[in-house]
Write a protein that binds this ligand. Structure first.
Ligand code: HEC
Ligand code: HEC
Length: 357
């Protein structure tokens, strides 16, 4: 259950010393008709060129909108080179993608997802024509005040649906953490130094850091993944892109050498649903993540100075784990997010879909 911010603040004030910016993540205001249209688009595989992938193929609600794979799948003929990030509270971010390369708004992120050849490889003009052939879309665009089905309307509807994805119901927010989780919180903000980067109520500073996560060898061993990475690096203007054998991370934003292999701090909300972890899925469990930090992170000449070996006892590791687990709720396995087959009579209208069922 979600508590009003004021009530949560009272609970925290009386039960522990959590700071004021650590309440539940506030839901963003959304236009419901537009978000409902966005939801239908999110689950519609007609948004990909060959109709094989919808947004939900990779962003699955029961996994807090991730896919459980170390590296994501991709459009036919490609393979992904990044771990699919959660969409929990994605409307609160100030930049998007593991390398933070998109810093404008969610409308642009949707455009990238739809048109990028290794993601959905869809021509926007074709998408518009497909949407116009579906009477349910015609009704829903009109009801949302967007006139006829259009690219711009579709992207603003997707953005509205994305903005509705807010985490809720975590023990942390309800102020009823176990004693172990409370001790874990003290470590998190104290001796273990996690909150240096994982700050605020989404537990991210939205900045890039190098933590020394090892490269995922599958990107360089699998020709399809390698080729997909090369295409991305070339497009991002990386010199000598044919010879790169590491994920350059946020370096591609501004080509600052010191930013090599740095990635934007991820949120720590809903972690129990989003394994495996890190930009490339190289760490399988939360226990392993804690061990990674206990050793002071990975090996990298550019590693953030904040990371040092922690010498945590077994009990301290268990306490940190209990705290991380207290940041997950049961937010997304509910009707609004899960696709029901008869939602908006999808199956009766769509020939594409009938053909597949
Ligand atoms: C083939 C798998 C796949 C599909 C299909 C897909 N995504 Fe993604 N999505 C990803 C991956 C992987 C990333 C991270 C990419 C990176 O860091 O380079 C991502 C990133 C995002 C982000 C940024 C999240 C963040 O916190 O930075 C948003 C928002 C998003 N996707 C929404 C969508 C929407 C909307 C659609 C459908 C129009 C969609 N995605 C389709 C795999 C996919
Ligand atoms: C110097 C900044 C910094 C500090 C300090 C830090 N982190 Fe992180 N954390 C990051 C970054 C950056 C990533 C993403 C790295 C990547 O994807 O390669 C990350 C990733 C994670 C992840 C994986 C999340 C996911 O969805 O994949 C977890 C869990 C995590 N950190 C927990 C912690 C804990 C617990 C501590 C304290 C022991 C801690 N972090 C300290 C910056 C930091």
């Amino acid at each position: 259950m979600r508590l009003p911010a004021s009530l949560a603040a009272l609970l925290f004030a009386s039960s522990s010393a959590l700071s004021a910016d650590l309440g539940p993540v506030e839901p963003l205001q959304v236009n419901e008709d537009l978000a409902a249209l966005g939801k239908r688009l999110f689950y519609d595989s007609r948004l990909s060129g060959d109709t094989n992938l919808s947004c939900s193929s990779c962003h699955q609600p029961e996994k807090a909108f991730t896919d459980g794979e170390p590296l994501s799948t991709a459009y036919s003929g490609s393979e992904g080179f990044r771990n699919t990030p959660t969409l929990a509270n994605v409307g609160h971010r100030v930049n998007w993608m593991h390398d933070g390369r998109l810093g404008t708004n969610l409308n642009d992120v949707s455009r990238e997802m739809i048109t990028e050849d290794y993601i959905m490889n869809m021509d926007m003009r074709m998408m518009q024509e497909r949407l116009k052939q579906d009477p349910i879309y015609i009704k829903m665009f009109a009801a949302a005040g967007k006139g006829e089905p259009s690219n711009g309307g579709a992207r603003s509807a997707l953005q509205e649906f994305l903005k509705s994805i807010t985490s809720a119901g975590a023990d942390f927010d309800a102020g009823n953490m176990s004693a172990a989780a409370k001790r874990g919180y003290e470590l998190f903000t104290g001796k273990a130094g996690c909150s240096t980067c994982h700050s605020g109520n989404r537990f991210t500073d939205d900045k890039r850091h190098n933590t020394g996560v090892p490269d995922n060898p599958a990107i360089w061993a699998d020709p399809l993944r390698h080729q997909t990475y090369v295409a991305y690096a070339k497009f991002m203007g990386v010199e000598n892109y044919m010879n790169v054998r590491e994920d350059l991370g946020a370096y591609i934003q501004d080509h600052t050498p010191a930013a090599k292999r740095s990635f934007v701090t991820p949120s720590l909300r809903e972690l129990t649903y989003t394994a495996p972890y890190m930009h490339n899925g190289m760490i399988a469990t939360l226990e392993d993540v804690i061990e990674f930090y206990n050793q002071g992170g990975g090996k990298d000449t550019l590693k953030d100075k904040a990371l040092k070996p922690l010498n945590l006892s077994n009990r301290e590791k268990a306490d940190l784990l209990a705290f991380l687990q207290a940041l997950s709720g049961e937010s997304f396995n509910q009707p609004y997010y899960v696709w029901e087959e008869d939602d908006y009579e999808y199956h009766v209208v769509s020939d594409w879909n009938n053909a597949k069922n």
